[in-house]
Design a binder for this molecule. Structure first.
Ligand code: B3K
Ligand code: ZN
Length: 866
């Protein structure tokens, strides 16, 4: 395989204006006929060879301007069809290909899922359907005619508007779809099968009526209420917040059980993994409901950020993904609790993206090169990319960011553009100085921002000394400083926000006012240099600084803020994110110190002040309950390991478990109260208040069950038996399953019996067991491979069982090497079925440089050696 470089980008020699596709769907094979009008690129070489991509497609005929192309006129290889001497443009290109969707287990291109036809074309799946210039900067208008057996495939869908349909001979029928918008082929979609729909309608801000349809097998239609609610909410939100109106009269969503990713934003025909559409209170948890809201929003928002304005090349993936993740995060924040959403997003970044950025897979938000594009749908491109977009907003204000977005759409509607174009729109709309901000796209690695503070009581000044440093990463030994927005507030002795009147930033003294000329209590400092000093004036008492409010930049913050000040912030900070963060910072320090105590064979002690801080948080009735649930949850094992020079999974696990149990026994009564007062005694509702109550109850129950005492286990069992929704049922099951023994086995099999017919629920059952920290769990996981609930061909099953297993640090990284061997074997098998799923699983190996030599050797041997 060849490495492809961003710096080698060249425009195509030819563009396609219109593409007429005809699909004759069949059981043995499917015939695809395409009729393309080809034009030259204005600056392209005349009569240059036309190179078309094609993988696993059989060429049946090739015509130019109606004439068969003679044998010497083209050449065909495993991945390409080259037309050697095309005529002068414009010309007509007609290609007929034969494919076998029924045998396509890669789930890319056209394939079958539970008897229905569906497609997945991003990034390079269209070339598995027909020969084409499969690159996003080739945008064409598509019409699609689908022909199929009417009884087997009564529903025929593609992009755009349905303009014709009718019956054919031999029990077949057809449908003709026309998409009026130019699009790259990665946004093409086709669905054919036995599906029912939930129908609704949305009236846009300009008064147009849009038909909304969500398609699933008939028996699942009752589970699409929440998805439809989410879609309508997203459509309204995009109008209100970004002024973006939907542009067609129809919007379809199809749910399929076999899907490599979460969902796909095909123009007006989104295809979704069923797990992100189907929900009922009994079968889906609050987390599932929230994920559905977020992903339905995400795919819908792509209609403007991705589809109307698309990417020039795949290096620019974050242009659409970082931006659209940011948009879905904002949407979910507006629909629920902003602070809680921000906390969840930052946790995700720390658990997954920071380790990626510190390991061998580290790459910039806009990568410089790739071998297989599929491997670049990463947390760095998506989540760090979203942080980069968020930083524009932090630097330019919400209003300025909106101006930048408006200019971006004004300039680039119906174009394929780059991250530089987005940067330019933000800069120009605000005549902003974004200096070295662009480096966030090209430099990999998580910056370390070190801050020393000091207060001068006689001068009434408060000083910050900032240093930024970006560690060397794969292929990038040295880095330049870049613009980091540092949001900061100062707390007075009563916990109140101090007014910030002016700050000296190393160059000049700036007075601080908001847009309306009012005083402020939070400011965004621009850290641009490797070392920089800021001095706040008129600070009348020694303040406690609240640094990096709202996590204003994706950095590792190191500061000299003392533990007692962190406890003060935990109790008082008006910035809820930082209030949570203060507790986490103490928690991280505490657990890591216990890890080194363990490594030195010392006894473990818990920091009483920390426990008391948690107690006050837990019992503070003025706080949001979901916030409390987050605040009393300790940093995850993977987050802790990421902070270590050499990760030690066993010690991290033991130390964290120790702290969990200490907290549980110290706050036993408080947790009991939390469980007893937060039971739901009403019908399930997806709203913040009831979700928050369930979250607090469930976290508390988890702590209590960790004690493994008869009384707390009985309580968990009671919660399990009386649960009326999946959120509480699965939480109680997880609480019980922490402790090995008969009860665990019993409740697990009871759960399976109850839900064996619901594949999405049995995925939870698989994941819960796979993730278990019970020693030697690899054996159970191996046994589950043969369980009827598992199916190697279904990505969701693999992600639950194999992916779940890799999430258990102790078992996946077990010193006997059995965890690594298990994954190695699985990857080999998966690679033959579905390379994308295999490569997602293999990425669990990519953190091995951070482990001890013994584990590195084991992983290397298994990963490379086979
Ligand atoms: N754009 C798709 C991802 C496609 C991945 C292909 N390997 C989903 C999304 O991010 O919205
Ligand atoms: Zn996306």
């Amino acid at each position: 395989p060849k490495e492809i470089f961003l710096k080698d980008y060249e425009k195509p020699d030819y563009y396609f204006e219109t593409v007429h596709l005809n699909f004759a769907l069949g059981e043995e094979h499917t015939i695809v006929h395409s009729n393309i009008s080809v034009v030259s690129h204005p600056e392209g070489g005349a009569n240059a060879p036309l190179k078309l991509d094609g993988v696993d497609v059989k060429l049946r005929s090739l015509k130019v301007n109606g004439e068969d192309v003679k044998d010497g006129g083209y050449s065909l290889s495993a991945k390409q069809l080259i037309l050697h001497r095309p005529p002068s443009t414009p010309f007509k290109l007609e290609i007929t290909t034969e494919i076998e969707p029924q045998n396509n287990t890669t789930l890319e291109g056209l394939y079958k899922s539970t008897g229905n036809f569906c497609t997945q074309c991003e990034a390079e799946g269209f070339r598995r359907i027909t020969f084409y210039q499969d690159r996003p900067d080739v945008m064409a208008k598509f019409t699609t005619r689908i022909e199929a057996d009417k009884s087997l495939y009564p529903v025929l869908l593609s992009n755009g508007n349905l303009i014709e349909q009718g019956d054919l001979s031999e029990g077949r029928h057809y449908a003709l779809w026309e998409d009026p918008f130019k699009k790259p082929c990665y946004l093409f979609a086709l669905v054919a099968g036995q599906l029912a729909s939930r129908d609704d309608e949305f009236t846009t801000c300009s008064g147009r009526k849009v038909s909304l349809r969500i398609w699933t097998p008939a028996q699942d239609i009752p589970k699409t209420v929440h998805a439809m609610y989410s879609l309508k909410a997203a459509m309204k939100w995009d109008e209100e917040v970004f002024g973006r109106e939907y542009d067609l009269d129809l919007f379809n969503i199809v749910a399929v059980p076999d899907f490599n990713m979460g969902a796909m934003e095909n123009k007006s025909l989104n295809i979704f993994n069923s797990r992100l559409v189907l929900a009922s209170p009994e079968t889906a948890s609050d987390a599932d409901y929230a994920a559905i809201l977020g992903v339905i929003g995400h795919e819908y928002f792509h209609n403007w950020t991705g589809n109307r304005v698309t990417c020039r090349d795949w290096f620019q993936l974050s242009l659409k993904e970082g931006l659209t993740v940011f948009r879905d995060q904002e949407f979910s924040s507006d629909m629920g609790s902003r602070a809680v959403k921000r906390i969840a997003d930052v946790v995700r970044l720390r658990i997954s993206q920071f380790p990626q950025d510190a390991g061998p897979m580290s790459h910039p938000v806009r990568p410089h090169s790739y071998i297989k594009m599929d491997n670049f749908y990463t947390v760095t491109v998506y989540e760090k990319g979203a942080e980069v977009v968020r930083m524009y907003q932090t630097l330019l204000s919400k209003k300025g960011f909106r101006k930048g977005m408006d200019l971006y759409f004004e300039r680039h509607d119906s174009q394929a553009v780059t991250c530089d174009d987005f940067y330019a729109a933000m800069r120009d709309a605000n005549t902003a100085n974004l200096a070295n901000f662009g480096l966030w796209y090209s430099q990999s690695g998580t910056p370390i921002l070190t801050i020393y503070t000091s207060y001068d009581a006689s001068a009434h000044t408060f000083q910050l000394k900032c240093r930024q440093e970006i560690p060397p990463t794969a292929g990038q030994p040295t880095k330049e400083p870049m613009l980091i927005p540092l949001a900061i507030g100062l707390l007075g002795s009563k916990g109140q926000d101090l007014p910030l009147t002016s700050v000296y930033d190393g160059a000049s003294l700036k007075s601080l006012k908001d847009d309306c000329g009012n005083g402020v209590t939070t400011v965004v400092l621009r850290v641009e240099k490797a070392e920089q000093e800021f001095i706040f004036t008129d600070i009348l008492e020694r303040p406690v600084p609240s640094l990096l409010r709202g996590f204003s930049a994706p950095v590792r913050l190191v500061s000299d803020v003392a533990d007692e000040d962190l406890l003060f912030l935990l109790a008082h900070d008006s910035d809820e994110f930082n209030r949570w963060e203060a507790g986490q910072t103490i928690g991280r320090k505490l657990i890591l110190s216990l890890v080194s105590a363990l490594q030195q064979g010392k006894e473990l002690f818990i920091n009483k002040d920390f426990v008391n801080g948690l107690r006050s948080t837990l019992c503070n009735s003025s706080l949001d309950k979901e916030f409390i649930a987050k605040a009393i949850t300790l940093p995850a094992e993977s987050e802790l390991m990421d902070l270590m020079e050499v990760a030690d999974p066993d010690a991290v696990h033991t130390a964290r478990r120790f702290v969990v149990k200490q907290i549980a026994s110290s706050l036993r009564q408080e947790f009991l109260d939390a469980v007893n007062t937060n039971r739901s005694n009403e019908v399930y509702e997806f709203n913040h208040e009831s979700m928050a109550r369930r979250a607090l109850k469930n976290v508390s129950l988890g702590y209590l069950a960790s004690l493994n005492e008869p009384e707390t286990i009985q309580l968990a069992l009671n919660e399990y038996n009386t649960a009326t929704n999946m959120t509480e049922q699965i939480a109680a099951l997880a609480a019980i399953a922490q402790n090995p023994g008969e009860l665990r086995t019993e409740v697990l099999s009871k759960f399976y019996e109850q839900w064996q017919k619901d594949s999405l629920v049995t995925n939870k059952w698989l994941a819960l067991q796979a993730l278990s920290d019970i020693p030697g769990n690899v054996k159970n996981v191996e046994a589950l491979l043969d369980h009827p609930a598992f199916d190697m061909k279904n990505p969701n099953k693999v992600y639950s069982l194999v992916g779940g297993f890799c999430g258990s640090a102790v078992n996946f990284h077990a010193k006997d090497g059995l965890g690594y061997r298990f994954l190695g074997d699985m990857v080999l098998k998966l690679d033959k079925i579905n390379p994308q799923v295999a490569s997602r699983m293999v990425s669990a190996f990519s953190k091995w440089k951070k482990f001890d030599l013994h584990r590195q050797e084991l992983a290397k041997w298994i990963h490379m050696g086979r």
